[in-house]
Design a protein around this ligand. Structure first.
Ligand SMILES: [Ca+2]
Length: 497
């Protein structure tokens, strides 16, 4: 090797080292806005959205919109842990809504704190049901026990005394977040996670939005009546806590109700869900305004996303947990001029995952990556550069919960065109339930199950092999899951609804 090439090599290494430790002035603040159970089509950057979210849209119109963003387990606590850790649920261990995030497990906020950031968490944390203590990695921590309430939640401020804060949840946490942001001195970059309760059940919109969608007619989706080619669990779920003929988070008083008139309860529920999102959009507008006034707008990486999606009647289902599109697809909108100038917005159409967020945020902030991750940084994609090695398939998994016995074990692979969903029994033996094969490219509503059709036997074999490859690649033991005890008609314990 000649001296010239060696010098070039050293020069490149120096550039890379410099990029890892960005000078303080170039390290962006991070405002991470996390909603709870928001579907991907409930942001009006998506042309299918019925609701208008102008403030959230503005982030995308001045930044980057990811229309193909997914969670890897569609359940609050496991997905929140994946967002913090960059790991699948089997690796971080938060496999249900009652498990605390492991104390020593790294997170991106902790990594930023170690890199000199001031860090804060405000709002719904929801890992460890009854714990409102300060968690590691945060200099300021305001949360509450359990799910919180839409009105007058009892918050705990930084591990101190608890007190009820009067008012609407979304408004209250926005005010607390703004106070913390306004109090930063400007010497150190900061990172804040704002954890919304909205639009999680039981839906209670702000009074001014309580009737915002009264004029919208909302039928049961067509896919709710096309269950003959799916396994029996779909129909078993219809009358349950998570089915369209069930109690609908108390929107239906007398159930099961299979009458045509029963759709009115369903419509009222969906309108309530939508209404809570309008307040979230007001919050986004409020925070945007504050950053603009403080001169910090263009030096802040703003990320808007959710922990999981929600089924609104598709396949006869409400709630989440399954591998269907409305359950696993979530919004992701990012604004930061360091990625793309506000006048040149960008759409990243590659499939991105909750487990990519940790790697991406640390990459953009010039901090060292977490030692172990299942995700990868989408910084290059967000800057409009090619990333030819980007994933073309991903693993989705969910484990049967005895507290919510309405969804079997799920092991699924999604590609850009196809989805194959297995429902393993959990004993390592052959599946006892029929799988689902959906041709997303031709059937985006997943209305027709092609599993069992001999014309697609080759496709099933190919996707099953890919599923097993992904299970091996992520280190998920193929058979480590509970036994599927079937769909039960009983309600969940009132305390955990
Ligand atoms: Ca959630």
């Amino acid at each position: 090797m000649g001296h010239g090439r060696m010098f070039l090599g050293l020069g490149l290494a120096a550039v890379i080292l410099f990029a890892r430790g960005l000078p303080a002035a170039q390290r962006p603040n991070v405002l991470f806005i996390l909603t709870d159970d928001q579907r991907w089509d409930c942001v009006s950057l998506n042309p299918q959205s019925v609701i208008a979210t102008p403030a959230t849209d503005r982030l995308g119109r001045e930044g980057v919109y990811f229309p193909n963003h997914f969670c890897t387990t569609s359940l609050c606590s496991p997905s929140r842990a994946s967002i913090l850790s960059g790991l699948y649920a089997h690796a971080h261990g938060v496999s249900d809504n009652f498990t605390e995030y492991p104390r020593e497990m790294p997170t991106w906020p902790r990594a930023l704190q170690q890199a000199g950031y001031e860090t804060a968490y405000v709002g719904k944390y929801h890992m460890g049901e009854d714990n409102d203590d300060v968690r590691g990695g945060f200099d300021y921590f305001v949360t509450h026990r359990g799910q919180g309430k839409y009105f007058d939640t009892e918050f705990r401020f930084n591990g101190g005394a608890r007190r009820i804060v009067k008012g609407y949840y979304t408004t209250v946490v926005t005010r607390i977040a703004k106070q913390w942001i306004a109090g930063r001195g400007g010497q150190r970059p900061w990172a804040l996670i704002l954890g919304h309760k909205a639009p999680h059940s039981f839906y209670e919109p702000e009074p001014k939005y309580a009737h915002a969608f009264d004029h919208v007619n909302i039928p049961y989706p067509a896919s709710a009546f096309r269950l003959d080619d799916n396994d029996a669990w779909y129909k078993d779920r219809l009358d349950t806590w998570h089915g369209i003929y069930g109690p609908l988070f108390d929107y239906r008083k007398n159930w099961p109700d299979r009458s045509p008139a029963g759709v009115e309860d369903f419509a009222a529920m969906v309108r309530g869900y939508w209404g809570t999102i309008l307040s979230v959009d007001d919050s986004v507008a409020d925070l945007y305004r504050l950053l603009a006034e403080n001169g910090q707008l263009d030096n802040t990486l703003i990320i808007f996303t959710s922990d999981n999606g929600l089924l609104s009647g598709e396949h006869g289902m409400i709630d989440k947990r399954t591998a269907h599109e409305p359950s696993i697809r979530i919004p992701l909108v990012v604004r930061y001029p360091g990625l793309t100038p506000p006048g040149k917005p960008r759409i990243v159409s590659q499939m991105t995952l909750t487990v990519d967020l940790a790697a991406s945020i640390l990459d953009i902030c010039g901090a060292a990556p977490l030692e172990r991750t299942h995700g990868r940084s989408w910084k290059r994609l967000a800057m409009g550069r090619a990333d030819p090695g980007w994933r073309t398939s991903f693993l989705y998994h969910y484990n049967y919960e005895k507290q919510f016995p309405y969804t079997p074990n799920v092991r699924a692979v999604r590609t850009e065109e196809w989805k194959y969903i297995r429902y393993p029994h959990g004993d390592g033996g052959p599946d006892r339930r029929k799988a689902d094969l959906f041709h997303l490219a031709a059937d985006p509503d997943e209305a027709t199950n092609l599993d069992g059709d001999p014309r697609y036997a080759g496709k099933v074999a190919e996707l099953d092999a890919e599923l097993n490859r992904l299970i091996a690649e992520t280190g998920a033991a193929a058979d480590a899951m509970p036994i599927d005890q079937g769909v039960k008609q009983e309600l969940p314990d009132a305390k955990i609804r």
